[in-house]
Design a protein around this ligand. Sequence first.
Ligand SMILES: [Cu+2]
Length: 121
Amino acid sequence: MQKRYMLLVTLACILFGMKFIGGSAAAQAAPQRVEVTAKRFEFEPAEITLKKGVPVDFVLKSADVAHGIRIRELNLDLKVNKGGTSDVTLTPDKTGDFVGHCSVFCGTGHGKMAFTVHVVE
Ligand SMILES: [Cu+2]
């Protein structure tokens, strides 16, 4: 009878352990959040590093007028309204350094607004 009880306790521990591991895996699956602020005429930060195959919630905020960010190689094309916030889930599928630019004309320095994403393994 005691053996049976021990077996039950062991089983309960295993089940609890699995639930715990499952819970932390689910927490890891929630995308990491990356915030970038666009303002005349720069992005802050101007570069970020992401991991290949790991989804991130990419948030673009505007501190002044409308801006955008486009990196063709990463299928990133996001626009933000004046003073607004936009976001998209981004999962880089290749490694490398990718340079994007502001995709909404925002003034004289618009052409200089560059943003770099480093994607690593
Ligand atoms: Cu611009």
